[in-house]
Design a protein around this ligand. Structure first.
Ligand SMILES: *Cc1c(COP(=O)(O)O)cnc(C)c1O
Length: 376
C-alpha cells in the first residue's frame, strides 16, 4: 500500500505525460519554454487571480513573497506553530523575526484569537513591527481567512497564504491561493498538485508585486537577466515540470473529488474511536493529508507500530512544534501559549490519502485502527 500513490497515477496517464515530456526534449526548450508561460496562465485562471509566477519550489515562493514586500530587520512575521518548517524558515532568511502562533483545536489552522494575542504582545512588549501574517492551508483545508482578514486589517498586516498543501481547496466557490495578498504553493511530488521534481508558484492580484516577483526570481533582472537592478535569486520552474503539471491539471479536479470521497469513507469508519479531521462549514479541503488524533502519544505510537506490522504506511505531520525547533531557538517568546499545538503534535497521525485508495484498503485500514491490540 502506498501513502500517496504516484506510481498508479503515472500509469493511468502515462501516454499523455510521456508525450508532453518528449515534446520538451524534442524542442530542447528546458528553461522558460512556452509551456511555463502557458502553465502560469492556466494556474492564474484556475485560481481566479491576475498573476501567477512560477518558481523553483514552495519554500522559495514564500521567501520571494517576503522579498517583494521588503520584509526584513525589525519586522515580526506571524507563523502558525503547527506547519512544515519552510513556513517559518523563510522569515529569518529574509532578516525578520518569526513569532509563532497557536492553532485552532478543530482545524489545526492558525487560531485567529491567538494571532491577535501574539500581535498585541509584539506591539506592547517588543521593538518589532508587526508586518505579515502567514496563514497555512494545513492538510488541504483553507485557513479561516474571513477572521484573519479582519485582524490583518485592524493591525495593518499583509496576509501571506501558504497553500503548499492547500492547492485545490476552496472556501465556498473561491479557490485556495486567492485569499492571501500574496499566496504561494508547492509542486513537490506528494503535494495535491505535484510535479516530477521540485516546483512552486506565487499568486497575486497586485501588478507592482508581480513585477517585483518576476524580477527577484531571475537574479533581480531589469530589462533582462543581464540588466540587474536588485539582488535576487535563481528560482525558476523548468519546462519539463511545466509540461507534467499542464497534463496533471487536466485531471486534478477529479482527483480532489475522489480524495473527498476517500475522506468521507475514512471518517465514517473512524469517527467513533479516534478524532477525525474537522472541515468547517463552507470549507473544501484538497486533502493533502488525512490526519487523525489519538488520546495520547502512547496510543499513537502503538498505532504506528500496528499499522506498520500490517503493511500500512503512516506518518506524523508534525512531531515538533515550530517554537521548539532548535533552528528557532533565538526566537522564543515565553509569554505566548502553544498548548493546542503541543497536544496535537503528541497525538496526530496521517494515514494513506490519495485518489486511488480503494474502498477495500480504507476498510482494511479502518479495521486495523479499530482493533488495535486485538487481531485485525
Ligand atoms: C511542502 C511545504 C512547503 C515547502 O514546499 P517545497 O516545495 O518543498 O519547498 C511550505 N509550506 C508548507 C506548509 C508545506 O507543506
Amino acid at each position: 500500500m502506498e501513502f500517496r500513490d504516484l506510481k498508479h497515477q503515472y500509469q493511468l496517464h502515462k501516454t499523455e505525460i510521456d508525450t508532453a515530456i518528449q515534446s520538451v526534449l524534442d524542442d530542447a526548450d528546458f528553461i522558460n519554454g512556452s509551456m511555463v508561460k502557458q502553465l502560469e496562465r492556466e494556474l492564474a485562471q484556475y485560481v481566479g487571480v491576475k498573476h501567477c509566477i512560477t518558481c523553483a519550489n514552495g519554500t522559495d515562493a514564500l521567501h520571494l513573497a517576503l522579498m517583494a514586500w521588503n520584509v526584513g530587520k525589525g519586522d515580526a512575521v506571524f507563523v502558525p506553530d503547527f506547519t512544515f518548517f519552510s513556513s517559518g524558515e523563510v522569515v529569518p532568511l529574509a532578516g525578520a523575526v518569526p513569532v509563532f502562533v497557536d492553532i485552532d483545536k478543530d482545524t489545526y489552522n492558525i487560531s485567529p484569537e491567538s494571532l491577535e494575542t501574539a500581535i498585541e504582545y509584539v506591539i506592547h512588549k517588543t521593538d518589532l513591527k508587526p508586518k505579515v501574517a502567514v496563514a497555512v492551508d494545513l492538510f488541504g483545508q483553507p485557513a479561516d481567512f474571513s477572521r484573519i482578514r479582519q485582524t490583518a486589517d485592524k493591525y495593518n498586516l499583509l496576509i501571506l497564504e501558504d497553500a503548499a498543501q492547500g492547492f485545490g481547496g476552496k472556501i465556498e466557490k473561491k479557490r485556495a491561493c486567492s485569499f492571501g495578498d500574496i499566496a504561494t504553493t508547492s509542486f513537490f511530488p506528494a503535494k495535491p498538485l505535484g510535479c516530477y521534481g521540485d516546483g512552486g508558484a506565487i499568486f497575486t492580484d497586485n501588478d507592482e508585486w508581480a513585477t517585483l516577483l518576476r524580477s527577484y526570481c531571475v537574479h533581480g533582472k531589469g530589462k533582462d537577466k543581464y540588466d540587474n537592478v536588485r539582488i535576487g535569486m535563481n528560482s525558476r520552474l523548468d519546462t519539463l515540470q511545466a509540461a507534467v503539471l499542464l497534463e496533471k491539471l487536466k485531471f486534478f479536479d477529479e482527483e480532489v473529488a475522489r480524495c473527498n470521497q476517500v475522506a468521507e469513507e475514512y471518517t465514517k469508519r473512524l469517527r467513533n474511536f479516534v478524532k477525525v479531521p474537522f472541515v468547517k462549514d463552507g470549507m473544501h479541503s484538497s486533502w493533502a493529508q488525512y490526519t487523525i488524533c489519538f488520546h495520547n502519544s502512547r496510543e499513537r505510537e502503538r498505532a504506528i507500530e500496528i499499522l506498520k506490522e500490517k503493511g500500512i504506511p503512516s506518518a506524523v505531520y508534525y512531531r515538533k512544534p515550530m517554537h521548539m525547533q532548535q533552528a528557532f531557538s533565538d526566537y522564543q517568546f515565553m509569554e505566548l501559549d502553544y498548548g493546542v499545538t503541543e497536544s496535537v503534535c503528541n497525538c496526530c497521525l496521517s494515514v494513506p490519502m490519495h485518489a486511488y485508495l480503494s474502498i477495500s484498503d480504507i476498510e482494511y485500514i479502518g479495521n486495523v485502527l479499530k482493533n488495535r491490540g486485538e487481531t485485525a
